[in-house]
Design a protein around this ligand. Structure first.
Ligand code: NDP
Ligand code: 8X3
Length: 253
């Protein structure tokens, strides 16, 4: 039997990297997407050597729909039978009230978290449809369920992911394609370093005084959803650190 294929966006760190590792462990062939060439090449080589699975690294920005389409459509036909798409690439930029927000940051978040996810989903769902199978995992957030002060645009993008997750499930239902949202609370990754534009001290403080989730916790939840029997779909899953009750209420020491 040929190996199953998972396509993971944002595989160069955090949740995407943990998913790449877990799916390689499970024997999946991987298409990995990210912008940082060195990291993507290194991870791909390491997973291929350690787990003996074929890995196809694609260095591309999911916001660049022309390049994205060209690279994906150029893949050899056998790589297009994607069984699992993990729409994970995403980010937050800044944490400011609406009147002080940086409009370039807004563009980056909307273009990556919403439009990038759409571009990838359109291409890959068209590969899944003829097979009448496949599973799309959309990484949402607690920020897609609640809105917190200064989270405005990031929260809006994750609410959009929630709506798109539901919309995709409706539209792809006739083709037997599963669609699942995984919505994490605080996960210690590079997320806050990116949000605070490289300010590692500020980023570290986000996770101080409680035990946050780790990227592996989210990869495990994704694997749970993907490994259910054919007749079972997990529509969505909200996963929080035990110390976190809502977007803003965290029991810190
Ligand atoms: P990281 O910053 O560690 O990882 C983000 C990944 O997305 C990186 O691999 C980055 O790769 C990739 N990425 C960002 N922009 C682009 C782009 N334009 N094109 C291609 N790849 C891109 O953060 P996380 O692992 O935490 O984030 C993963 C997802 O989880 C995001 O969607 C985030 O919103 C969501 N999330 C995170 C939570 C958290 O607390 N950490 C909680 C809830 C949801 P590169 O820079 O190489 O392109
Ligand atoms: C990331 C988690 O709470 O910073 O989606 O929005 S949060």
């Amino acid at each position: 039997m040929t190996a199953k294929i998972a396509l993971i966006t944002g595989a160069t760190s955090g949740i995407g990297e943990a998913c790449a590792t877990l799916f390689a462990q499970q024997g999946y062939q991987l298409v990995l997407i990210g912008r940082r060439t060195d990291r993507l090449q290194k991870l791909s080589a390491q997973l291929a050597a350690q787990y003996l699975v074929p890995v196809m690294p694609l260095v591309v920005d999911v916001r660049d729909k022309t390049q994205l389409q060209a690279l994906l459509e150029e893949l050899p036909q056998e790589w297009k039978k994607v069984d699992v798409l993990i729409n994970n690439a995403g980010l937050s930029q800044g944490l400011d009230p609406i009147d002080k927000g940086n409009t370039d940051d807004w563009d980056t978040m909307i273009d990556t978290n919403v439009k990038g996810l759409l571009y990838v989903s359109k291409i890959v769902s068209n590969w899944m449809i003829p097979h009448h199978s496949g599973h799309i995992i959309n990484i949402g957030s607690i920020a897609g369920q609640e809105v917190y002060p200064n989270g405005n645009v990031y929260c809006a993008t994750k609410h959009a992911v929630d709506a798109l997750n539901k919309g995709m499930r409706l539209d792809l239902l006739p083709y037997g394609i599963k669609v699942t949202a995984i919505n994490p609370g605080a996960v210690e990754t590079e997320f806050s370093i990116v949000r605070f534009k490289g300010d590692e001290e500020r980023a570290k403080k986000v996770y101080q005084g409680f035990e946050p989730l780790m990227a592996q916790d989210i990869a495990d939840a994704i694997w749970f959803a993907v490994s259910r029997p054919a007749h079972v779909n997990i529509n969505d899953m909200l996963i929080m650190p035990t110390a976190q009750a809502s977007a803003t209420i965290i029991n810190k020491n």
